[in-house]
Design a protein around this ligand. Structure first.
Ligand code: FAD
Length: 396
């Protein structure tokens, strides 16, 4: 076994920040940060925002230059996938048969976009957006495209639709559910953004799935919906959610169930292994019984990274608690969400004008979550309130 070495699998938001917090927290042992993707580790949110709009280049989105890793003695291995974990030997096998030994292991392998399983889904011009390589391809396609179909009315698909229409092109959004961003927002907020998209020129079709994608000479030309409508398309962007990258963990015998299962200290079924970020399902108590949840957000990845680094440095024994928060930008509206907005029985609205307002969701008298549009002060206040509730174990 390697003495005093933390190995982190995945150099996204969770993995990168774990390495940083370990060093800033005083960890003097080795740190190895491994990612299957080539190039310097980078942030994902700009890929569907400033990078897609052409306001930023890929190098602007890297977390830190290579000198940071050198100066902080973080061994960065990129372009090599971790193939397997031997928990008995406390070692990993990487592509190229490299073996790395660990004392502590942090799994931060993120999530991958769900694939659309309809005929034509592999045609040229059908893309999804998860990595910087995807973003480069998408930006080139968008520049050439005239008619874009977005499959899925989630955050990423709607950010893409917003950019496409704002640049004078046509966009159809097909959403199988009866509202957009339905898994994360209140119905009222979904309906507000439906109006924003429609008033801005997006052809938004709810309760509409895709039955086939058609092409000519291997290149996409149209999308056929479940209501048998045909939409012309020279670009199809698929954004139908993500699933946890939990195979390496599962293959090593760690407990998984739609994500790597961890306890209140973010430890896996083997307590020498942590799992954090998009790949992990962790217990979350809102006072109505513990739920196992998996969040896909920068906040979650970063807060969990900080917590795990503190654990490894021997600082924290309290269970992990953090207020979830998230943001998105569509047609000049910045939506920020604090807490989780499900299971409420009452909404209070605080509006300054039709495009600057907040919805506070309560269960009885207890605040569960707040959605704010162009109201950053409300968002910050909500995070503080929710933090205070969580701190006294009373978020319910
Ligand atoms: P990731 O950042 O996905 O990193 C996981 C890393 O693990 C990847 O680099 C992958 O290559 C690597 N990996 C996987 N398997 C292996 C293996 N076997 N061996 C080695 N390496 C491996 N969140 C927000 O809060 N706000 C936003 O506005 C927002 N916008 C987004 C826009 C886009 C386009 C995308 C894709 C995501 C967005 N998110 C946003 C979500 C946010 O980026 C993620 O929640 C966050 O990146 C999760 O961090 P992570 O480290 O868990 O996973």
């Amino acid at each position: 076994m390697s003495a005093r070495r933390v190995v982190i699998v995945g150099a996204g938001h969770a993995g990168f920040h774990t390495a940083c917090f370990l060093r800033s927290g005083g960890w003097t042992g080795g740190i190895t940060l491994i990612d299957s993707a080539p190039g310097m580790p980078y942030q994902r949110p700009p890929l569907s925002k400033d990078f897609l709009w052409g306001k930023q280049e890929l190098e602007d989105g890297i977390f830190r230059p290579s000198s940071y890793f050198f100066d902080n003695q973080i061994d960065l291995i990129v372009g090599r996938r971790v193939l397997s974990i031997d928990r008995g030997l406390k070692s990993l096998v990487l592509e190229g048969k490299f073996v790395v030994e660990y004392e502590h292991l942090v799994i931060a392998t993120g999530s991958s976009p769900r694939a659309l399983s309809v005929p034509g889904a592999n045609l040229d011009g059908v893309v999804s957006l998860s990595t910087s390589a995807d973003a480069v391809v998408l930006r080139e396609y968008v520049e050439q495209a005239r008619a874009v179909v977005v499959v899925g009315g989630g955050f990423i698909g709607l950010e893409v639709a917003s950019m496409v229409v704002s640049s004078g092109k046509r966009a159809v959004v097909l959403e199988a559910a009866d509202r957009i961003m339905g898994r994360a927002l209140t119905r009222r907020m979904s309906e507000y953004f439906e109006r924003v998209h429609r008033n801005s020129g997006v052809d938004l079709q709810l309760a509409t799935g895709v039955s086939a994608i058609e092409g000519v000479a291997g290149v996409v030309c149209s999308v056929v919906t479940t209501s048998e409508e045909r939409h012309e398309a020279d670009l199809v962007v698929v954004g139908i959610g993500s699933s946890a990258n939990d195979c390496v963990a599962a293959d090593s015998g760690l407990a998984t169930d739609r994500g790597v299962l961890v306890d209140t200290h973010l430890r896996c079924s083997d307590p020498t292994v942590f799992a954090i970020g998009d790949c992990a399902r962790f217990p979350f108590d809102r006072g109505r019984g513990v739920e196992m949840i998996r969040l896909e957000s920068v906040q979650n990845a970063t807060d969990q990274a900080r917590y795990v680094a503190q654990q490894i440095c021997g600082e924290s024994t309290e269970p992990y608690v953090a207020v979830p928060w998230f943001w998105t930008e569509q047609f000049g509206r910045k939506l920020q969400i604090a807490g989780l907005v499900d299971g409420f029985d009452r909404i209070e609205e605080d509006a300054r004008d039709p495009d600057s307002f907040s919805l506070s969701c309560y269960s009885g008298d207890t605040l569960l979550g707040v959605e704010s549009v162009n109201a950053p002060r409300d968002h910050i206040r909500a995070r503080r309130q929710l933090h205070d509730l969580l701190a006294v174990g009373n978020l319910h």
